[in-house]
Design a protein around this ligand. Structure first.
Ligand code: MLT
Length: 394
């Protein structure tokens, strides 16, 4: 008889954002006239910039002509895009080789797929609260998880301790969901810890483009020793509005070894077997992100979202609600007012002012009593949302 992977039965019934989408659509069915403002899932609203659109169009034309048509591409990505990424990293004084960069369809899939190359016996260190994908993908494989606590007191930036055990360590900075960011010396501590314990860090920098402050690294490879202990995963979803286009990149340094085996080789072997690469059209579009005009336009879009974050932060200040984030990150992580639980606050906001956010507890036990708002929205909606928030009595 066929057997299922029983680890799946250990998962929560549905993925956090699917649960929220169901709740919101039930509310909408009962209240068709209410205008809902969605500040829940971190989904971009601004259209792709013109340099991306131009590349997309020219790539479509390429596919229409015998001389420029492309079939299968290199599974790990076209050189033209890898070269753009290499140049981008040079801005942070990080030198990468083309063979170290793997183009993907986004951070979420790579973060899950990377686990293929690691033993299910590995113990995993995951911060709480955290992006649910880290937890769920490890539950699917049946790995033991050691949580490290993020709290208001430590700024939701847990640090390693001597007694901490873990073979794989997840770090997300700027953090989803809290918006907290590790500075250079804090990341150095994690890198030193990983090297000492012979652990591997899976570093998620999906939000690096939102970093404004100089002392916050955009890449873990800015930290000495990181190429010996870290894989870095990035995405163009939030950087350039690619949530619907799908493109990201993962870096596995050539010098990175585990069990005396090159992880770059293992990942290449995994990808060439299970992945046929991102489409030529999408990779061309992604190259438009790194062009001179692309960089300027993308920065304007990020400034726009960060202005939204400021508007939300100012309103929370007025309401005397404590929060972090919203500075080098598009997420604002607030303490639910009136001692409400995360889901109570979710329901309260939805019913009273028709605003959707994300309950902090959906990101882990330490998120109970907290709530995440995203600054990805049109400015007029953000302004409307804060006006509605200000009508509430807590
Ligand atoms: C979020 O809202 O946390 C993100 O949009 C989810 C994701 O990037 O997969």
């Amino acid at each position: 008889m066929t057997k299922i992977n029983k680890n799946y039965l250990e998962l929560k019934d549905s993925y956090l954002f699917s649960t929220i989408a169901t709740k919101v659509s039930e509310f909408k069915t009962k209240n068709p006239d209410k205008e809902i403002i969605r500040l829940g899932i971190g989904d971009v609203v601004l259209p792709l910039c013109s340099s991306v659109i131009d590349e997309l169009k020219s790539a479509v034309d390429d596919m229409a002509s015998d001389s420029t048509f492309k079939g299968y591409g290199p599974e790990q990505g076209y050189l033209f895009l890898k070269d753009s990424i290499k140049n981008y990293y040079k801005e942070f004084n990080v030198d990468l080789l083309s063979e170290e960069i793997f183009i993907s369809d986004g951070a979420k899939s790579d973060l899950g797929n990377l686990l293929d190359i690691f033993s299910k016996d590995n113990v995993v260190v995951i911060p709480d609260p955290v992006y649910p994908v880290y937890v769920d993908t490890n539950i699917m494989d049946g790995r033991k998880i050691n949580y490290v606590n993020g709290t208001f007191e430590n700024g939701f930036l847990p640090m390693p301790t001597e007694d901490l055990e873990g073979d794989l360590i997840y770090i997300c900075s700027p953090n989803n969901p809290t918006g907290a960011t590790y500075n250079r010396s804090q990341l150095k501590e994690w890198v030193d810890f990983a090297i000492e314990k012979k652990s591997i860090i899976l570093f998620d920098v999906a939000y690096e483009a939102f970093i404004y402050d100089d002392d916050i690294p955009h890449s873990i490879y800015e930290i000495e020793g990181a190429k010996k202990c870290a894989i870095e995963v990035c995405s163009l979803s939030k950087t350039a509005g690619f949530t619907g286009v799908r493109c990201g990149y993962t870096t596995v340094p050539l010098e990175l070894e585990c069990d005396n085996v090159s992880l770059n080789k293992l990942w290449l072997r995994r990808q060439t077997t299970k992945f046929n690469g991102v489409s030529y059209i999408v990779q061309k579009a992604a190259s438009g992100v790194f062009s001179k005009e692309g960089r300027i336009k993308i920065k304007e879009n990020i400034d726009y979202y960060m202005e939204n974050a400021k508007i939300i932060g100012n309103a929370l200040d007025e309401l005397n609600i404590k929060y972090i984030g919203g500075k080098n990150s598009p997420y604002i992580w607030l303490q639910c007012p009136g001692n409400m639980s995360s889901w109570e606050f979710f329901d309260y906001l939805l019913e009273e002012v028709n605003i959707v956010g994300t309950p902090g507890v959906g990101f882990g036990e330490n998120g109970e009593g907290y709530f995440r708002l995203t600054s990805f929205g049109h400015k007029e909606n953000i302004i409307k949302a804060v006006e509605r928030l200000k009508t509430l009595k807590f």
